[in-house]
Design a protein around this ligand. Structure first.
Ligand code: MN
Length: 262
């Protein structure tokens, strides 16, 4: 009844002869499993309605997808840039600004960590293989939940606490990544060759955590540490609105008692 409501930024795609808008089911599955109520937010409503769309939301997930337009961080487009979506960039930058203003907890995933970094003044590698060649394969062939490279996590960080680990082999499906980190963020996860794979706010700032991999795709793995990321977001979203689990139980007990009384 008082499960925290979590906005999830959506995409526009065409298939089976129709334009469709929504999110990958894995985000919804992961949030429902964590006790949240996902609210799918379509970029078709445009940036002017982004703040209104977040009314009643207790948290926000910024999801994976298209490359950001490099003009947001004053770079010329690489020939290897995948086509950006101006519509999605504008909508999500507006969502992020509104969520920050309201101090909602924010979880960024893949494109989400990139968008957050750029919105706060950082820059990106537009194409890792050509701009930062290395041993680590960030877009391996295989299923979306294939664990393929290691990420070391800063002990004591939000991400290490949420995952209950300081090292994790993660799935990976990206060709862009953080280059210069925005000054408002702390890097808290790295590949073995030093690429940033997790970033977050300090403990004195509203809760924000972002990862470069795809924790939502691990939904079917019952004991996946990644469930902890969604659980942490839902817990923060709940506590921000006074939905602490203890209080909720108490409230439900009272409600049931009232309903049963003659
Ligand atoms: Mn990666």
């Amino acid at each position: 009844m008082t499960s925290p409501r979590i906005g999830v930024s959506g995409v526009l795609r065409s298939w089976d002869g129709a334009d469709r808008t929504g999110v990958n089911a894995a985000y919804v599955r992961s949030l429902v499993a964590a006790g949240g109520v996902p609210l799918v937010l379509s970029p078709l409503m445009g940036p002017s309605l982004a703040a209104r769309a977040l009314d009643g939301a207790d948290g926000l997930v910024l999801t994976g997808g298209e490359d950001l337009d490099p003009s947001w961080y004053a770079a010329e487009p690489s020939p290897l840039l995948s086509p950006p979506s101006r519509e999605r960039d504008l909508f999500e930058l507006a969502l992020f600004a509104a969520a920050r203003q309201r101090e909602l907890p924010i979880l960024g995933i893949c494109r989400g960590i990139q968008l957050i970094n750029v919105a706060l003044g950082g820059t990106l590698y537009q194409d890792l293989p050509s701009e930062r060649p290395g041993e680590v394969e960030h877009r391996p062939d295989g299923p979306r939940d294939l664990r393929s490279h290691r990420v070391r996590l800063q002990p004591g960080s939000r991400v290490a606490a949420a995952l209950g680990a300081t090292s994790l082999t993660v799935n990976s499906s990206h060709h862009q990544a953080i280059k210069n980190l925005a000054s408002a963020l702390l890097a808290t996860g790295w590949t073995d060759d030093g690429l940033i794979e997790a970033a977050e706010t300090g403990s004195d700032a509203p809760w924000l955590l972002a990862v470069q991999w795809h924790p939502e795709e691990m939904y079917a793995e019952a004991r996946a540490p990644e469930h902890g990321l969604f659980a942490a977001l839902v817990r923060e979203a709940g506590s921000a609105r006074g939905y602490l689990v203890g209080e909720r139980r108490e409230q439900e007990t009272i409600t049931h008692a009232v309903q049963r009384s003659p």
